[in-house]
Write a protein that binds this ligand. Structure first.
Ligand code: HEM
Length: 358
């Protein structure tokens, strides 16, 4: 497809169609002057406007012979590949800059069985780069990191290679590394009523955050080898959906409504379904990852879970509380990284990321 518009009422990369690849980066600030951070956001926005339309950053990869090029060059000749860049600010961002944090931006509570690695968690600023070509996503993060030199540096980053969610229900639902269709019952990017109700921050938020969203990221390791020794029946019971079709128990087709009482009482889909949790709903946008193998020869693989919501207390937090307590999937997964950020509303032409905040 053609480029995805960078400007608009909402940041691209949330409700827009999910691309094939992810490079997610968490940055820490090296300074505490909001004016300098505003300047960084202005420069980042200018670079993002160019990269998301397939143009080179600044004066380009071959602008001046005697200076390091403004653009690192590895995306030359590649199309924009539907690149989107989405930015968010974490609780520590507001502490460092002594700016008022939005009410709903609080560090996540500890959930049972969390085994979070601080080196893969948190961060003052997050950048979610999604594109259909991994080289384009990596190029984007690399060039933003380069621009940030002296102001912010990468704390951790995560590559993702296969989408495990969809905002386009008419398209084939992708599968996660457990082999199940993932993202069947997600918010469609065209469902404005659901997005307004569950994803976009409204009048309750500060001006800069209206039309924005809260992002929760979780690096979830999968114990793939144990999963692969589990019977098909048990695998299907765990989700309450069939593997090939993705149909909920008690129904024939993938997109049939979920007859909750036909699913095992602790099935993942039953526990996470809005009807089990008083209407709680998130927009999922996660990716599979495989970072090679660990020193025991096991795949270092899993799901880099990304969820957008209007209020984490009516989104990720109650769902994860229910799942952490009862989900039989817990035997096969472990949450090892975590972060939460407030993603500002969309960027208008001539403005920059989070301008109204500074
Ligand atoms: C549904 C897999 C973690 C929330 C599903 C489905 C699968 C799945 C296969 C059914 C298809 C669908 O409707 O998308 C996984 C795996 C996970 C994981 C493999 C971990 C590695 C999580 C987490 C949350 C979550 C951490 C939120 C805290 C949901 C929700 C649904 C869902 C809200 C839709 C329920 C419905 O409305 O029917 N998941 N999931 N999942 N999952 Fe997960």
């Amino acid at each position: 497809g053609g480029p995805i518009a960078f400007h608009g009422a909402h940041q691209a990369g949330i409700a827009t169609p999910v691309q094939d690849r992810l490079h997610f980066a968490s940055f820490d600030l090296g300074l505490d002057d909001p004016k300098k951070v505003a300047e960084l956001m202005r420069r980042w926005t200018a670079a993002a406007e160019r990269m998301t339309t397939g143009q080179e950053v600044g004066t380009g990869a071959t602008g001046a012979e005697l200076a390091p090029p403004d653009d690192t060059g590895e995306a030359l000749d590649l199309p924009a590949s539907r690149l989107t860049l989405t930015v968010g600010f974490g609780p520590t961002f507001f502490e460092k800059l002594k700016l008022p944090a939005p009410d709903r931006l609080k560090e996540l509570p500890h959930f049972p069985a969390d085994k979070l690695d601080p080196a893969r968690s948190g961060g003052d600023i997050c950048v979610q780069a999604c594109a259909d070509d991994p080289q384009v996503a990596v190029h984007a993060v690399r060039n933003l990191a380069r621009i940030a030199f002296g102001a912010a540096s990468v704390r951790w980053s995560q590559l993702g290679f296969g989408k495990t969610s969809s905002t386009t229900p008419e398209a084939q639902t992708p599968r996660n590394l457990m082999g199940f269709k993932d993202g069947t019952r997600n918010i469609a990017g065209s469902d404005r009523a659901a997005l307004d109700a569950h994803v976009w921050v409204g009048q309750e938020g500060p001006e800069w955050l209206r039309g924005g969203s809260y992002l929760v990221a979780r690096r979830i390791r999968m114990h793939i080898e144990t999963w692969d020794r589990t019977s098909l029946k048990e695998q299907e019971d765990i989700f309450g959906r069939t593997k090939r079709e993705g149909a909920p128990y008690g129904a024939a087709r993938e997109h049939d409504p979920v007859p909750l009482d036909k699913l095992p009482a602790d099935a993942h889909v039953r526990l996470a379904h809005p009807d089990s949790l008083g209407g709680v709903t998130i927009l999922r946008r996660g990716y599979s990852f495989t970072d090679g193998s660990d020193n025991l020869g096991r795949l270092e693989a899993g799901l880099f879970f990304l969820a957008y919501q209007r209020d984490p207390e009516k989104g990720f937090i109650p769902i994860q509380r229910a799942l952490a307590a009862r989900d039989p999937l817990n035997e096969y997964i472990q949450h090892v990284g975590s972060g939460i950020w407030a993603c500002p509303g969309g960027v208008r032409q001539g403005s920059f990321w989070g301008e109204a905040l500074f």
